[in-house]
Design a protein around this ligand. Structure first.
Ligand SMILES: [Zn+2]
Ligand SMILES: [Zn+2]
Length: 420
């Protein structure tokens, strides 16, 4: 066991009790993407008190904390801070009730930590404390990054743009973790592709409006959009190889106001998930081809307009670095650490740091479901009914999830920081 994990073990219940209170406070005070002001202030204050060099407002609300501790590797540990624009419905005693905020469209929305990022920052504070207190047990540099705006794919890009070469140490490896449905007490990982790429697009189709009684004088964008929606479904079903996973969902289709008015235009919003760069590029081209061809088929007065809503790159764990993490997990968790069977059809902007800087990265998952509850769902074949991330009922069990994420972060960091 590494010195850091021994120290965590010795810190024991008093540390976990303190972190539990911090977690509940973050949970009760969720903040929307790029608005994490209170959260960032608390984190910056606690990290300064631990002795880190703290820089705030990196990429709007990001916080970068550096601890230099002699020769050796520079390890970057990343946790995301933002909550979601939704109302919580967990019924937990520490539920965030009645929290609202103004989103980027100017609408008032409920806010909840329904993706578990409050757990991520609490894990990180615990790990930061052990690292700061056990400086004689490791050597190297730790750079802890609290990232805003993961849920809108803005935060990592904003931070990277504000972290030019030389401003902070360049990491040798970047590590991150996410709480998800799974037996609490377990961790799982995958070398290579571990999370899908995600692309959201807005496509505006142009027709020519007029009276509903005289369709011959118009170009009907509703019919155009209807054909386009159906034809877009053939990309995954007819064009992508059956062995290649891919998702294309049209989550929004809007046109018109009244039964007897043919509108001028229609708007489609779609989301796409892919697991290889090749399939991603292919599908983006197919979407353009189909939209343009359907507009042409309808006699549209102009080409459709494509706008990127957001873009999450593929999360592709470095093979060698993942081996190092896996060996550290094996030593710490034994059979409670396992290889995930397949990549997850979810997306993250975590990889933006590693991709931009050319640094290997590893991202893994920590189970957050009560072990007994999870076992009964496995026995009944109902695992898919456990409320997942982004459900208003998503509620990681605090113990042993809190301790597990602390152990996994310290175990992984130790693989680079502690001399063998
Ligand atoms: Zn999320
Ligand atoms: Zn998340």
């Amino acid at each position: 066991m590494s010195t850091l994990l021994q120290a965590l073990h010795h810190a024991g219940q008093p540390l976990l009790d303190r972190l539990e209170e911090i977690y509940k406070d973050f949970h009760r005070h969720p903040e929307l993407s790029m608005q994490e002001v209170r959260t960032a202030d608390i984190l910056a204050g606690k990290m300064r008190a631990l002795g880190y060099e703290v820089t705030t407002r990196v990429g709007v609300t990001g916080v970068v904390c550096v601890l230099r501790n002699g020769a050796g590797a520079t390890v970057m540990l990343r946790a995301d801070m933002d909550a979601l624009p939704m109302a919580e419905a967990t019924g937990l005693p520490y539920e965030a009730t009645g929290v609202t905020a103004t989103d980027s469209d100017g609408s008032t929305v409920g806010v909840a930590h329904s993706c578990g990022h409050d757990m991520h920052i609490t894990w990180m504070l615990g790990a930061a404390e052990i690292l700061a207190q056990q400086r004689d047990g490791w050597s190297g540099t730790v750079m802890i990054v609290f990232q805003p705006g993961e849920e809108t794919a803005e935060g990592a890009a904003a931070m990277v743009a504000d972290m030019p070469a030389g401003r902070f140490p360049k990491p040798d490896v970047i590590l991150g973790q996410h709480v998800m449905v799974g037996e609490a007490g377990t961790v799982n990982y995958r070398p290579g592709v571990t999370l899908s790429a995600g692309d959201s697009l807005k496509i505006r189709l142009f027709g020519r409006g007029g009276h509903g009684s005289m369709p011959n004088t118009t170009v009907d964008p509703v019919v155009m959009a209807a054909h386009t929606v159906v034809r877009l479904q053939t990309i995954v079903s007819r064009e992508v190889a059956p062995t290649e996973p891919a998702v294309l969902t049209i989550g929004s289709l809007q046109a018109g106001t009244k039964a007897n008015i043919i509108p001028d235009d229609a708007t489609i919003k779609l989301n796409m998930r892919t697991f290889s760069e090749g399939t991603r590029d292919y599908m983006l081209k197919s979407i353009r081809r189909i939209c343009c061809a359907e507009c042409e088929a309808s006699g549209a007065p102009r080409e459709p307009e494509f706008t990127t809503i957001n873009r999450y790159p593929l999360t592709e764990n470095d093979l060698k670095a993942t081996q190092q993490v896996a060996a550290a997990f094996q030593a710490e968790f034994g059979d409670k650490s396992y290889l995930a069977a397949r990549p997850a059809s979810a997306s993250e902007d975590f990889s933006v740091f590693g991709r931009t800087w050319g640094v290997p990265y590893v991202f893994w998952f920590v189970g957050g479901t009560d072990p007994e509850v999870y076992a009964s769902h496995v026995a009944n074949g109902t695992v898919s009914q456990i409320p997942s991330n982004h459900s208003p009922q998503f509620a990681p069990v605090i113990h042993p999830t809190l301790q597990t994420g602390l152990r996994s972060m310290l175990a992984a960091a130790s693989a680079w920081l502690v001399a063998a």
